[in-house]
Design a protein around this ligand. Structure first.
Ligand SMILES: [Zn+2]
Length: 612
């Protein structure tokens, strides 16, 4: 443990002070050696610093991967020498690189390389055409018996046609190959007859616990598999190789730099994930700062006594992979741990832990009659005393907990555990992050600020859509439904809100997410039943959503002293945008285009539209 602390200056006040002074000494030495000339100067723009005082400047300079100047065009003149690259922004906006505080990049990147339906709303004919296209283009490289795995099928987007989609839709394609189509919510899959035969799923097969094999009138499987019933197929699918993990990570980095993401947290950072990004780092091709939260599963800590061992495993992973304080070139950081307290509050899963039961509407939409659901909702995955013991041990080891809490009981139990941790470790800089928080009891809103717990929210969920309106309105009932997605209320109660996309649960669209965080509305072309604002929450200001995806997410990752704002001395992680999301009309934030992404002073993405 002592050795590990040595690797983590960012968590230790005195040691941190020494690091800062040596860094500053390094900066001034090189400045003296090279004179005041900067490597790059961005001028004639709108530099949105996202600092404490809300600075908006005209020019910014970069020297040795760090920001060396933020100020007026006039002041920047003195920094321009023969070797300086000067970029005329022509009034465009520069802001800090985006920090995405919760995603699953390797799985997302691998999805990009599979037959990908891209969450599109398709008719049955379009659906078949897309799949046949994948089969045709892959025929050479893949054998006649290899699986076709299809991802990101937006099943709800088929509307009334979805009910008729079964194995026959796949059986009519020109192939003998087994096919599995995963829906984008992860709750159901569609397979063809060949897949059912290989998995030996027949009319006689019983439904597994926590899952359902959909059947026709004669009892034959239709090919639709719900929740745990999908596991009968996962055993047959080929396991991804190390090379495929690397390819996934590479595809993810490509998507991230195009959207302006310069730092991310892999919210279930497996060893395979870390190895994949480490391989890319060795090629000097890592274009975002990669943070990982290894998982502690409930089975690893069945009692308080086992907590230490579960934490020791994460500490060992951190010791193995964490590369210490971040520097100009992107590196690997492991100083978070992931824990799940519940599932999701959305039907048909209803696995979020709630203070009161899920409801069923036994009446009609016009005259509803709500009754408690027959099925018992789950309890929290970690009882409070066990979670408390884990949090204390993580805190002692300078690991920040990243806790999945979706329902109001999961949130309350998590807050109770943090309270116990704070009492045991007074004054210690531990930063618990609670991911999702879709339903929070109003009595708990002030506790985030009181206990310094960071809500990590996926703003794109804060709109009327199939997962909210169809998935939660009736099951939460009239008292709780208006309280869904409480971002604005949490902010009003002093919570420091960070953003995390949860990609690939949704497509990666950071600018759309920021727009929804402000408007709480679906896109204008959404079906009429999804019109208007979601719930009663007031939403967030433009400044607040921007801060959530920059400075606050950097704070969540314990890196705000290095990144998250454009301030002299910080690493030069920045993006150039075609519009200013802080002043454009909220409905147009989603149209923001990233023209350039810079990480540690290095241009990692350029759309080719900037004047030199
Ligand atoms: Zn997640």
């Amino acid at each position: 443990m002592a050795l590990f602390s040595d690797l983590k200056p960012r968590h230790c006040g005195a040691r941190w002070a020494r690091v800062i002074s040596s860094l500053l000494a390094g900066v001034s030495l090189s400045a003296m050696a090279a004179g005041p000339v900067a490597d790059a100067v961005y001028q004639h723009g709108r530099i949105y610093a996202v600092d404490q005082t809300g600075t908006v400047a005209q020019a910014l300079a970069i020297s040795a991967g760090r920001i060396s100047y933020v100020g007026t065009d006039e002041g920047a003149k003195a920094l321009i020498g023969k070797t300086t690259t000067v970029i005329d922004l022509v009034g465009r906006t520069v802001m800090p690189g985006l920090v995405d505080g919760h995603m699953h990049p390797v799985a997302a990147g691998r999805d990009l390389l599979k037959c990908n339906l891209n969450y599109a709303s398709l008719t049955v004919m379009q659906f078949q055409a897309r799949l046949q296209g994948c089969l045709d283009e892959r025929r050479k490289s893949e054998g006649p018996d290899s699986w076709l795995e299809v991802v990101n099928w937006f099943r709800y987007g088929m509307g009334a046609q979805a009910a008729g989609v079964d194995r026959r839709v796949l059986d009519s394609l020109k192939t003998q190959r087994p096919i599995i189509v995963h829906d984008s919510f992860g709750h159901s899959s569609l397979v063809n007859s060949r897949a059912l035969a290989l998995a030996k799923v027949t009319a006689q097969t019983k439904d597994p616990v926590g899952g359902r094999i959909d059947r026709d009138a004669s009892g034959e499987p239709t090919g639709i598999l719900e929740d745990a019933a999908q596991e009968s197929m996962s055993a047959l699918l080929p396991k991804p190789t190390a090379a495929e993990h690397v390819a996934g990570a590479r595809a993810a980095l490509n998507a991230l730099r195009e959207q302006g993401v310069t730092t991310f947290l892999d919210a279930v950072g497996t060893d395979e994930d870390i190895e994949a990004f480490a391989a890319i780092e060795r090629e000097n091709a890592l274009t975002a700062r990669a943070h990982f939260a290894p998982l502690i599963a409930p089975a690893e800590a069945p009692n308080v006594e086992a907590a230490g061992q579960a934490v020791a495993k994460v500490v060992a992973t951190a010791k193995k992979y964490d590369e210490g304080a971040i520097r100009a070139a992107p590196s690997i950081s492991v100083h978070q741990a992931k824990l799940f307290m519940d599932g999701v509050i959305t039907a048909p899963a209803d696995t979020g832990a709630l203070l009161e039961p899920y409801l069923v509407n036994r009446g009609t939409a016009q005259s509803p009659k709500f009754e408690p659901a027959a099925r018992r909702e789950p309890d929290v995955y970690f009882p409070v005393p066990i979670l408390t013991a884990i949090l204390i041990d993580l805190g002692r080891n300078n690991i920040d907990p990243h806790v999945h809490t979706d329902g109001d009981w999961a949130v309350r139990a998590g807050l109770d555990a943090v309270k116990g941790m704070r009492a045991a470790l007074p004054g210690r800089d531990v930063r618990p992050a609670f991911a999702h928080c879709e339903l929070v009891d109003p009595a708990d809103y002030p506790r985030y600020a009181q206990l310094s717990v960071i809500p990590v929210l996926s703003f794109q969920w804060e709109k009327p859509a199939s997962d909210t309106v169809d998935g939660a309105r009736d099951s939460l009932g009239p008292r709780r439904w208006p309280l869904i997605e409480p971002a604005g209320w949490l902010a009003a109660n002093g919570a420091r809100i960070a953003y995390g996309s949860d990609w690939p649960v949704d497509p990666l669209d950071e600018w759309f997410a920021l727009q929804v965080g402000v408007t709480r509305k679906a896109r204008p072309d959404a079906p009429p039943k999804y019109s208007g604002r979601l719930g009663k929450d007031p939403g967030l200001s433009r400044a607040a959503v921007i801060q959530a995806i920059t400075l606050n997410a950097a704070y969540e990752l314990h890196e705000e002293r290095y990144i998250g704002s454009l301030e002299v001395g910080k690493l030069a992680d920045l993006i150039v945008l075609d519009t200013d999301p802080a002043t454009v009309s909220p409905e147009r934030i989603s149209a923001t285009k990233v023209l350039r992404t810079v990480v540690g002073g290095r241009v990692v993405y350029d759309a080719g539209e900037l004047k030199k």
